[in-house]
Design a protein around this ligand. Sequence first.
Ligand SMILES: [Zn+2]
Length: 242
Amino acid sequence: MSGVPNYFLAVCDILGFSDFVRTQALEDVIAHGIGGLRQALYFSMYSKVPPKSLEWSEFQNHGQVGVAWFSDTILLYTKLDTDEAIRSLLSVVSSLIFFMMGRHTRLRAGLAYGPAYVDSPNAMFVGQPIIDAARLEEQQQWSGGALHESACERVRRVAGATPPMDWWVIPYAVPLKGGETLHTLAVNWNEGIHAPDWRLRWSSTSTDPSANDWAERPDVCHKFVQTRRFHEIFCRDCNPRR
Ligand SMILES: [Zn+2]
């Protein structure tokens, strides 16, 4: 694959999106679901409030990170194979996951690294890292993000086994479907600043899943518990001992 540039990329999925589309009016999906996510993505990329009328072209101007979007899947990729671009991408992914937690929209990301063909104007994205990232995204039993071995290797090469905080990753046994875990680097979305009394809530009306929720949607409840555990272990606002 000589001559083909390497990309560090993240495949991000909106959990429960098919149910959301099936049960809500499409106008609400666009205005509240996708609209809120677009605003959060803009804020995560540029660290400023998005303009009132947010055009898609606004997302293409970032110096380090490119974006593509299809239904419930967002692809973020480095525009250059530099450490700075990779840290920037990891910062965007962690910020986006954190913001959407507060809005009770759960995202899940798989990240990988390697040679790929990226032709954004023609919407062509092909390569092993995209497949690796998409598979790892789908395997995780939580809301969060995990790095494929290819991405871990790229980060550890320059940042060591336990990268400093500005790499936005942390070693963790990521929960997978079927009760397995994957010892890897997880996206550390816990650094989003929040009040000490903020809690990762099940929904806008309830702190924890009810008995009914456990009976009807045990899989979603289980993912929520794993997600909150990760946050409570690593969040320095919730856990001042850290
Ligand atoms: Zn916290």
